[in-house]
Design a protein around this ligand. Structure first.
Ligand code: ADP
Length: 461
């Protein structure tokens, strides 16, 4: 039984993810609708949709895509059945999801209640504890005073990491290595959390040295069936932000893979999670894993999971949102046993960041744009073409390159070949830096953790 067939889909986002979603929808016979800010007047995502409408007139470049009233108004005026929020912007805004529901528009994502719960990292930790999943020692509540922090340090020792309760994108975290730093770090973390997320609440966790970041892709329907699509290794990070992702991880044997995927499934099935979501863990050098957070949305790096499983996650999101069961022929996952992974995939995020200049984002007109491509190479982009103007208003992602090979080595060779094939002139990019990453012996052997970039000055030459 279908809740509602989606005929007209609006994507409340821009750039590569908007285009990714339009492509998925078009293949399903769904008419696609873009919204664009005044600053995105000539952005490609607007032309990749069947229809496009100006959103947030008179507002700033970011504010336009956060303008709930304007988006809902466009949706109602244009007979929209469903809204996909992509990632960032309104993707984790429970109020927006609720508003869609109230207006009779399908929000393609989990329920507002779960967005709310997982959006609060302290609450998410509590849910993980409840589900019997290992969490990093941390404060069970946000902390108010230096006294509480001192007490935690006394019990668990240093280093400690201070994290915003509503944090995201690796921002606003502070590592504290001794008591003398604590007060200052707390003050800074709070004010950063307030200005970045509008919520000054912070909590503490034990800081793990040199962990790997392993995350499990989950897909659930609205009828209680839930599966995992194996893991991604996102340990290649700069300032706690992912740069290169790999699926599957070279650091898990079958037993550990099964354990970590089962832990993710347990948490999400207890929560009654529907749609696509990701459970993130840290894995210590002695191979113990700990929950850190849930991302209740599609992620930037979902492409590599699609490559190793053959499952179109965005199409599955749309079908699940229509009310389909995972086991329906439209999705075709009768049980976990139907999901197989084969080969290896790597994703590189090509950005306009200048690695030689502290990764400062560059902007300007692209005087040359020649893409790499070929067998086993997937490109998710849209902003790049000769003459395109890259504005400084949005995130600096130009194109995501995902490569697939039967072995990790083959996927890495394809990545190197593709990175070298690209010619982008007019703005600085991180292409040379990415080349250094994917040819580094530690990357190729899988011997890397979240400190990889910060401890390898040779990547920056
Ligand atoms: P965000 O939501 O901002 O992305 P996360 O909680 O997902 O924050 O953490 C992002 C990254 O920060 C992790 O992948 C890891 O590199 C680092 N990190 C977070 N918590 C810890 C911790 N307790 N110990 C060590 N590193 C951590």
């Amino acid at each position: 039984m279908l809740a509602k067939k989606i005929n007209r889909l609006l994507v409340a986002n821009r750039g590569e993810i908007a285009i990714r979603i339009f492509r998925a929808a078009t293949e399903l016979g769904i008419r696609t609708v873009a919204v664009y800010s005044e600053q995105d007047n000539v952005s490609i995502h607007r032309f990749k949709a069947d229809e496009s409408y100006l959103v947030g007139a008179g507002k700033g470049p970011i504010e336009a895509y956060l303008d709930i009233d304007s988006i809902i108004e466009i949706a109602k005026r244009n007979d929209i059945d469903a809204i996909h929020p992509g990632y960032g912007f309104l993707a984790e805004n429970a109020e927006f999801a609720k508003r869609c529901q109230e207006e009779g528009i399908i929000f393609i994502g989990p329920s507002p209640d779960l967005i709310d719960k997982f959006g609060d990292k302290v609450e998410a930790r509590a849910m993980a504890v409840e589900a019997g999943i290992p969490v990093i020692p941390g404060t069970p509540e946000p902390i108010e005073s230096l006294q509480e922090a001192l007490l935690f340090a006394k019990e668990y020792g240093y280093p400690i990491i201070i994290k915003g309760v509503s944090g995201g994108g690796g921002r606003g975290m502070r590592i504290v290595r001794g008591q003398e730093e604590l007060q200052d770090a707390l003050d800074r973390a709070r004010s950063e959390a307030r200005s970045s997320f509008g919520n000054a609440k912070v909590y503490l966790e034990r800081y793990l040295e040199q962990p790997k970041h392993i995350e499990v892709q989950i897909l659930g329907d609205q009828h209680g069936q839930i599966v995992h699509l194996f893991e991604r290794d996102c340990s290649v990070q700069r300032r706690h932000q992912k740069v290169v992702e790999v699926a599957p991880s070279l650091s898990l044997d079958d037993k550990l893979r099964e354990e970590i995927c089962q832990a993710a499934l347990t948490l999400m099935s207890k929560a009654g999670y529907a749609n696509a979501g990701t459970v993130e863990f840290l894995l210590t050098p002695d191979k113990k894993f700990y929950f850190i957070e849930v991302n209740p949305r599609i992620q930037v790096e979902h492409t590599i999971t699609e490559l190793i499983t053959g499952i179109d996650i965005v199409q599955a999101q749309i079908r699940v949102a229509e009310g389909h069961r995972l086991s329906d022929p439209e999705i075709g996952i009768a049980s976990q046993a139907d999901i197989h992974m084969s080969g290896y995939a790597i994703q590189c995020r090509v950005t306009t960041e200048d690695a030689e200049n502290n990764f400062l984002p560059d902007a300007g007109r692209l005087s040359a744009w020649r893409s790499g491509g070929g067998f086993g190479v997937r490109l998710d982009g849209g902003n790049g073409y000769p003459g395109a103007i890259i504005t400084p208003f949005y995130d600096s992602l130009l194109v995501k390159i995902s490569t697939y090979g039967n072995s990790f080595d083959q996927a890495a060779r394809k990545m190197l070949r593709t990175l070298r094939e690209f010619r982008i002139r007019g703005v600085k990019t991180n292409l040379p830096f990415l080349e250094n990453v994917v040819t580094h012996p530690d990357f190729l052997s899988g011997e890397y953790d979240t400190s990889f970039i910060d401890t390898k000055p040779e990547l920056f030459v």
